[in-house]
Design a protein around this ligand. Structure first.
Ligand SMILES: C[S@@+](CC[C@H](N)C(=O)[O-])C[C@H]1O[C@@H](n2cnc3c(N)ncnc32)[C@H](O)[C@@H]1O
Length: 242
């Protein structure tokens, strides 16, 4: 569950779309208030898998900025490229993707490190939405993104999966959380969906961000999302960079 190869194999073998925990519709009311409104804003999904959560969120909020779908499984990233280009996403259609090694330098991509490998789907002038999507196959523990470059970071089950590494789970989760905090803009939100209860998760969040002088620079809160599926309680943790 914590290894790239395991996820890659899972996505190739299953060949099906999979939504971890719950879909966007289930938690829509809780999530919509976090969606940034300006067309300069950027949202990133860390460990997007084959989830449709972020696409549905962008559609529901008529998001006008840039959205980044990232995963260390290439198969998951390919899936996202397909769904963002598919006819059923007709409100959000794109011109053909532009695969590139190294990233073209223009204002839209200036927040990416030069080493990033991405595919960008640009808006088409005849479309209603102005959203632009980027697809990055990368490790969430070492993101090819500049400091303070994302307004909303979404993590749905990704820290949970990293924590399953028996030997290094805790240090890897901390590293991923540090990266999430590093890329947050001032006023930006990191939102995390998990079934881990606050006793354990709050201290993980606080300890991971202690290098940043956590209480001075961040505000950490949580709320219960209720019980779903087989009676498991889910939580939403929110880290705001002050
Ligand atoms: C539990 S699944 C959740 C997938 C998706 N967010 C959802 O809600 O269905 C965890 C995802 O995180 C990805 N992942 C795990 N560790 C990662 C890491 N260090 N860097 C990037 N992606 C990672 C896996 O490939 C997998 O797609």
């Amino acid at each position: 569950m914590a290894k790239r190869q395991t996820w890659q194999k899972r996505y190739i073998d299953s060949g099906k779309q999979f939504e971890w925990f719950f879909n966007f519709e289930t938690v829509k009311r809780k999530v919509l208030p976090f969606i940034p409104k300006s067309d300069e804003c950027r949202i990133i999904d860390l460990g997007c898998g084959t989830s449709h959560f972020t696409l549905d969120l962008c559609k529901a909020s008529e998001f006008q900025g840039s959205v980044f779908l990232t995963d260390f499984s290439m198969e998951a990233v390919f899936h996202q490229q397909k769904i963002y280009a598919a006819p059923q996403s007709s409100e959000i259609c794109y011109d053909s993707g532009i695969p590139c090694n190294g990233v073209p330098s223009n204002s839209k991509t200036s927040h990416l490190d030069k080493s990033a490998v991405s595919t960008e789907h640009k808006k088409s002038s005849k479309l209603k939405t102005k959203m632009t999507s980027f697809f990055l196959c990368c490790d969430a523990e070492m993101l090819p993104l500049k400091d303070h470059s994302m307004d909303l970071v979404i993590d749905k089950g990704t820290v949970d999966s990293v924590l399953k590494d028996k030997n290094n789970g805790l240090s890897r989760a901390r590293q991923m959380l540090k990266e999430a905090a590093r890329i947050l803009t001032p006023g930006g939100h990191y939102i995390q969906f998990t079934d881990e209860d606050p006793d354990a998760r709050l201290s993980l969040l606080e300890n991971s961000l202690c290098d940043f002088d956590v209480y001075r620079h961040f505000n950490i809160t949580y709320s219960s999302l209720g019980f779903y599926g087989n009676g498991i309680e889910y939580f939403l943790y929110v880290v705001v960079r002050k």
